[in-house]
Design a protein around this ligand. Sequence first.
Ligand SMILES: Nc1ncnc2c1ncn2[C@@H]1O[C@H](COP(=O)(O)OP(=O)(O)OP(=O)(O)O)[C@@H](O)[C@H]1O
Ligand SMILES: [Mg+2]
Length: 497
Amino acid sequence: MGAWTLRRRLVVVVVALVAVVAAAMGTLSTLALRSSLTTQLDEKVVAAHRRTVDGPTFGSAARGGDEVVVPPPPVGGPYRPGQEAGTVTVEQPAGTDPADLAPAQAYTITDDGSSIALDEAQIAQLLALPTGEPVTVTLGGLGSYRALSSTAPSGTTVTALPTASVTSTVTSFVAVEVVVAALALLVAAAAGLVLVRRELRPLDRVVGTANRVARLPLDRGEVVLADRVPARDTDPATEVGQVGAALNKLLGHVELALGARHESESQVRQFVADASHELRTPLASIRGYAELVRRSPDEVPVSALQAMSRVESESERMTALLEDMLLLARLDAGRPLATEPVDLTVLAIDAVTDAHAAGPDHDWRLDLPSEDALEDALVLGDDHRLRQVLANLLSNARLHTPAGTAVTVRVRRSRDQVVLQVADDGPGIPPALRESLFQRFTRGDASRNSATGSTGLGLAIVHAVVTAHAGSITVSSTGNGTTFTVTLPAAPALSRT
Ligand SMILES: Nc1ncnc2c1ncn2[C@@H]1O[C@H](COP(=O)(O)OP(=O)(O)OP(=O)(O)O)[C@@H](O)[C@H]1O
Ligand SMILES: [Mg+2]
């Protein structure tokens, strides 16, 4: 019953209750009917008994010492006037042996009004009954009877009437009851189903609202939670209404909180963007002055020249860092990107050419779609940013793998997507980094950073640019190499083929 719906449970409970009530009522009314019918039958038995006791005795048996001679009973009819079919009568004059009773002293009336004699066993059974009150007795071969026995000085008289009429009335009453109860159960089940459905329909609407909200992307950007449980389902007088009202309250609360969070995030982003932007100008001046000093080597001592060259290189590094931070802040702000057709094949060729120049010790390879399928690698996007994606991935393959490593750039069309892969057979990404690889400032071996100029923003930018293009990036890395897979939607105009 644990996994049953509330609907089913309610209907089953209603039906079970109706069944219990019907069974109780049926049992009680059946018992009452039986007892009242038995009382009526007993009254008839008493009346018939009185008529027998008060009436004449047949045969020549002695009664009270006098020889009473009564005319023989009519052939094929009741021995006594007014005896109805089924009546059983036994008259044993005092002092006689039950086995000697004449047919006229122990008989029953059949349905057609004639009489038949009782056998010895039946007579013995009836004469053994207690006297005074009607009792139930089952006569061998005849069935169940209510019998009244009385003893007088003249002898013993027993009168019995069959209980068949009581039994058949009770049986048909029970049959009617069962049919009525079955109908009542059907009606209760149907009505329960309809009612429960109708009462719980508002709950479905509340669930629908919750599900729609659950499908909304709430993790970034400005979130508008316009969806609410309809007003008619928020009546606090009903339980479902309380749930609906509570959900609305929760949604309002969440919307406010998300709004506040978005607001403060925007402020931080704006600050980072502004700060990066503002720092570019003084940095450019520092670089300029350092260069100026370096170009006039005769006027400054050698140690100062060395220091100036360090200042120059560090300010270049800082400029690159600022550019990265500015780009990330802008991508975070959801600034619209350019959407021009960009051929990833061309980008791949250019990027590999540059990488070859920067890292001649690596083995650079290109794996492009066949000539006639070139147009298949077209995507809509920002040429400059997509070049940056490739440049970052290739610079990683160059900087984080030893000389001699083979790096393959692969471009493929797969249905309505263009897949770009950068695979190397280097030592792989350290396992500790893999979880947070695309997060900002995640980088390996910190000691190398100043030498390589590594900041840990490269893959964060790749991720942000790819996401801004509605694409996705995955990485698989083992001890034998690393593969970055970028998937971008193909330019729609050409995805017809
Ligand atoms: N192809 C690769 N093979 C091995 N390690 C890699 C590879 N690509 C990335 N990594 C590891 O992932 C880290 C994060 O790379 P990411 O490009 O984000 O930062 P970075 O290269 O260290 O710095 P930046 O690119 O900002 O100059 C790297 O420091 C490096 O340890
Ligand atoms: Mg990098």
